[in-house]
Ligand binder design. Structure first.
Ligand SMILES: *Cc1c(COP(=O)(O)O)cnc(C)c1O
Length: 371
């Protein structure tokens, strides 16, 4: 039986293997393992791709979000509004700053943070709101910034949306965003990596300092920092893959459109609810997430997995029903759209190299699982 993975990292590597090999040799020859030319070049190239003035490479996406929050003034005693449905790292990064994550519900169709719910969650201690650009499309940012009081900053979690725009706007533009280059992301390293994206030169400089033990010059430590830097070897991989990212995102869009067509029968029969692209969004399809109706989701995922199809669930529990955040004091029923999504969604295999035959088999197997 031919396995169809959720993400095919082998196929992605095959496309860049010679460039990666040559780049690794450059780094080894210079022993530039932390920082160095490759990191600087990647930061410049990624900033240009992402439509922001500054990209600061760091050790992972969670650090990037924590750093972006910290330089936006978030710290102990503050509250930060986040979507209830996100990868747990969004809440974890907030907690690391000393602030309290305050969940808000998502929109029922796009699963993106509901701006009205976010605004309703803002209180006197709120210092920031974190829209998460979930599954590859951008949540509302412009209207949120316009509606929020001056003291509340927007810090974007852009881990899943490399190359996405909304009404032509890139995440971080005019503000600050964090992204992740975890291997499974649209732009993935061969280990952990992440970046802070911003147009604000001062914020970029402060991130760079905090992430380098509190200063950019050796043995000069102006603020209390920690260590979160991008490695030269990872920068090589990221540069090689960045050169193909726009093309990869186009291939993801084509594959998503093909799923839409293949699923039309199941949609018409009311068995699945397909993903929705919000008007004005340029979606980069990090994940293709649908909702099953009238069937046990875990049972459907189990049947797909048993047939060698790497379906997944992103994510099976919302933040407020996760043990690590039980102390926030919420219970089931508080964020109904996020809870409904967590119970009903599943992600189909999607990557730039997926073939039409593979997608046909995924949908045939899904249809059989729903019978
Ligand atoms: C991947 C991810 C992160 C964290 O990134 P890491 O590099 O794994 O630390 C944060 N938020 C979201 C939404 C993510 O998908």
């Amino acid at each position: 039986m031919n396995h169809i993975p959720l993400v095919d990292l082998k196929a992605a590597h095959a496309e860049v293997a010679p460039q990666v090999q040559a780049g690794f040799e450059r780094v080894l020859a210079r022993t530039a393992f932390i920082g160095g030319d490759e990191v600087r070049d990647f930061e410049r190239e990624y900033a240009e791709f992402a439509g922001v003035a500054h990209c600061v490479g760091v050790a992972n996406g969670t650090d990037a979000l924590e750093l972006a929050l910290r330089v936006s003034g978030v710290g102990a005693g503050d509250e930060v509004v986040i979507p209830a449905n996100t990868f747990i790292a969004t809440a974890g990064a907030v907690a690391r700053t000393g602030a309290r994550p305050v969940p808000a519900d998502c929109l029922p169709d796009s699963y993106l943070l509901d701006p009205r719910a976010a605004l309703a969650a803002v209180g006197p201690a709120t210092r920031a709101v974190v829209p998460v650009h979930l599954y590859g499309q951008c949540a509302e940012v412009a209207a949120l910034i316009a509606a929020l009081p001056e003291r509340v900053k927007v810090v974007e979690d852009a881990a899943q949306c490399q190359g996405a725009t909304r009404e032509g706007r890139s995440p971080g533009s005019g503000g600050i965003a964090a992204t992740s280059f975890y291997p499974g992301k649209n732009l993935g390293a061969y280990g952990d990596a992440g970046a802070v994206l911003t147009d604000d030169e001062d914020a970029a400089a402060r991130v760079r300092a905090i992430a380098n033990h509190g200063g950019v010059a050796k043995y000069r430590h102006d603020v209390a920092g920690f260590n979160s830097r991008l490695d030269g070897l990872q920068a090589v991989v990221l540069r090689a893959k960045l050169a193909r990212l726009a093309e990869g995102n186009r291939a993801r869009r084509a594959a998503a459109a093909r799923y839409d067509a293949l699923l039309a029968g199941l949609v018409a029969a009311g068995r699945v609810v397909p993903p929705v692209t919000v008007a004005g969004n340029e979606h980069v399809w990090h994940l293709y997430v649908l909702r099953v109706v009238g069937a046990d989701r875990d049972d459907v995922v189990g049947k797909l997995n048993a047939e060698g199809i790497g379906a997944g669930v992103h994510y099976p529990a919302p933040v407020h029903l996760t043990p690590a955040f039980a102390h926030l004091g919420h219970r089931r029923g508080d964020f109904p759209h996020a809870e409904e999504a967590a119970d009903r969604i599943l992600s189909l295999p999607l990557y730039p190299q997926i073939t039409a035959d593979q997608q046909q088999r995924v949908v045939d197997t899904l249809a059989a699982a729903l019978r």
